[in-house]
Design a protein. Structure first.
Length: 574
């Protein structure tokens, strides 16, 4: 991993970030001994997406900013949905974004024994009980925010009976769903999460780390705060939907630390608004549906909002960190336009990506007065934004390809590309003039005949004669054939999962993928030096956009993925 600078909130944005203000206040009071330890706690039940990237940048950014540390902790409390594949992908994503966690990764399963002991403690204190009711019965007794719930008929079991039943739950004497452990708090609380929430459920399932050792598993609300407490987390940064969970978070911590002889430092939960991005879905369930029902090729399909998908599409770690910094941290939910993310990608690639010539939709051009068999090597700058990237040479010959869209018969006045009788410059080469065209029986142009002015070679004296159009090109004889996958947004609706009367799949974009099997690229494009810190080769195809080499490429079949265009064209489609 490159030691590239990690962009964290700068001085201009820091003081407007309410989380920084909260932490600053704690540090002024010398809470936690002036230390800051944050954590990123993903569930290993799917691949991370761009919303998680915001949380990663925030949590690790806070740790770095305050000279503290950040733990990576996997919330592995549901063995039915978890897999080591997801664990590995999450660690890869965090590292790819440019962050390193504190020590070894942590797992909630590391604390199963301690969590069980704390559950027993709450039973002994009369603050937890075993409930025999079904999930449906428990839900029906919850009440509403304005009406109190109904107490379970098992709520007042004796401590001894609860301890016995909980021990038997642990030993596997009961079936899934037959019993649960609930906290005894307040069935009339206006906060629904305090109405005797579940602490443990029975799940006879193999766990990816603990195997078959356990058949009862803690609920997230019981494991979350306690995991923070065990690790010494000072600030638990959560998304806004956990704001109503905070009283329960604090209730559990207070109960397990009550009566200790000395004051105990407890983590503090602070909430921020999650990232909502238009033209996509963020639900893991819906993303999994897209994968399982083959609407996409996998979790890393370049159309997916997953970090692995964005990586495969050619997005850079720096651009995503920049995006997270640009959108900032808010207390209220809002929707961010995906064009801002694409802008951040363009800004980064413009500075770093070498330029190469490629033709996606070719038409043949023959320069009739250019000597047959002659080849000239034209010098081209690799990146005008970075002189240190140097230059390369391109072969120029009598027969070349240009983009079919760069020619128009009987073109209007403001069409500054090729037309019969019009001169254009071939970039880094000569000025040419179209003299005639050849068509097939369907009226399709098959060949363009041009003449060139030998006194207009780029870089030579007298080459500064001006024409209004400049086109890119490749030599037919020397070009390499590659496959190009052009990606567009996966959904045509700004909020595909917000329609109550329609399924989000109804808004899939049928043109989100266009595969072009025969495209032509300059022969020595690797000489442009497109080696990024993550090993992915990225380029700007002159006048076409940014592209990267796909991971499935071979020496015989090079595949390019379109990362993003040179400018935002989506707004014109609305």
């Amino acid at each position: 991993m490159s030691k590239e600078h990690i962009e964290t909130p700068n001085e201009e944005t820091t003081k407007t970030n309410f989380i920084h203000q909260e932490i600053d206040a704690d540090l002024q009071e010398n809470k936690n001994g002036g230390q800051v330890l944050t954590r990123f706690p993903p569930e290993p039940n799917g691949y991370l997406h761009i919303g998680h990237a915001k949380s990663i940048c925030l949590n690790f950014g806070l740790g770095k900013y305050y000279n503290g540390k950040t733990n990576l902790r996997f919330d592995d409390t549901n063995p039915v949905k978890e897999d080591t594949e997801y664990v590995d992908s999450i660690m890869e994503d965090v590292k790819w974004l440019g962050f390193n966690w504190n020590g070894e990764p942590h797992y909630t399963s590391d604390y199963f024994d301690q969590l069980y002991e704390w559950a027993v403690l709450l039973i002994k204190k009369g603050k937890a009980y075993v409930d025999d009711q079904t999930a449906e019965e428990i839900a029906s007794q919850k009440g509403s925010p304005t009406f109190p719930g109904t107490e379970s008929p098992h709520r007042n079991r004796s401590v001894e009976e609860n301890l016995d039943l909980f021990e038997r739950m642990k030993k596997g004497e009961f079936q899934n769903g037959e019993r649960v452990l609930r906290a005894k708090i307040d069935m009339a609380s206006p906060n629904m999460h305090l109405r005797d929430p579940l602490m443990y459920r029975i799940m006879h399932a193999h766990h990816h780390r603990t195997g078959d050792q356990w058949c009862i598993y803690p609920m997230y609300d019981f494991a979350h705060g306690q995991g923070d407490f065990v690790e010494g987390i000072t600030h638990s940064i959560c998304t806004l939907e956990f704001e109503v969970h905070r009283p329960l978070y604090e209730w559990f911590l207070n109960e397990i630390t009550e009566g200790q002889p000395e004051p105990v430092a407890k983590p503090r939960q602070i909430e921020f608004a999650r990232l909502n991005l238009n033209y996509t879905v963020m639900s893991k369930r819906k993303l999994l549906q897209l994968v399982n029902e083959n609407y996409v090729s996998g979790w890393d399909d370049p159309r997916m909002p997953t970090i692995s998908g964005l990586r495969r599409r050619g997005y850079t770690p720096a651009s995503i960190r920049r995006f997270a910094d640009e959108i900032g941290v808010a207390k209220r939910e809002n929707v961010i336009d995906v064009s801002l993310l694409e802008h951040c990608v363009r800004e980064d690639l413009n500075k770093k990506a070498p330029r190469v010539y490629a033709v996606l939709n070719p038409v043949k051009v023959v320069i009739t007065n250019y000597p047959e068999g002659q080849v000239e090597w034209m010098e081209a700058i690799n990146n005008p934004e970075d002189e240190s990237m140097g230059s390369r040479t391109l072969p120029f010959s009598r027969e070349i390809y240009i983009e079919r869209d760069d020619f128009m018969e009987n073109a209007p006045r403001k069409f500054f590309r090729m037309d019969i009788g019009r001169e254009v410059r071939l970039k880094n080469a000569y000025i040419v003039k179209c003299e005639s065209i050849t068509k097939d029986e369907n009226g399709e142009i098959t060949e363009i005949q041009c003449t060139y002015d030998p006194d207009t070679k780029s870089g030579m004296e007298g080459s500064n004669r001006k024409v209004k159009g400049t086109l890119h090109w490749v030599s037919i004889e020397h070009s390499k054939t590659v496959q190009v996958k052009q990606y567009d947004r996966l959904f045509m609706d700004e909020a595909p999962d917000s329609h109550k009367d329609k399924e989000f799949l109804e808004f899939l974009n049928p043109n989100s993928l266009n595969v072009i099997n025969s495209c032509y690229i300059e022969p020595n494009f690797m000489d442009a030096g497109a080696n990024f810190e993550d090993g992915i080769a990225r380029y700007q195809f002159q006048r076409l956009g940014y592209f990267c080499v796909d991971k499935d490429s071979t020496e015989e079949n090079i595949i390019f993925n379109r990362t993003v265009g040179l400018r935002d064209s989506w707004s014109k489609k609305k």
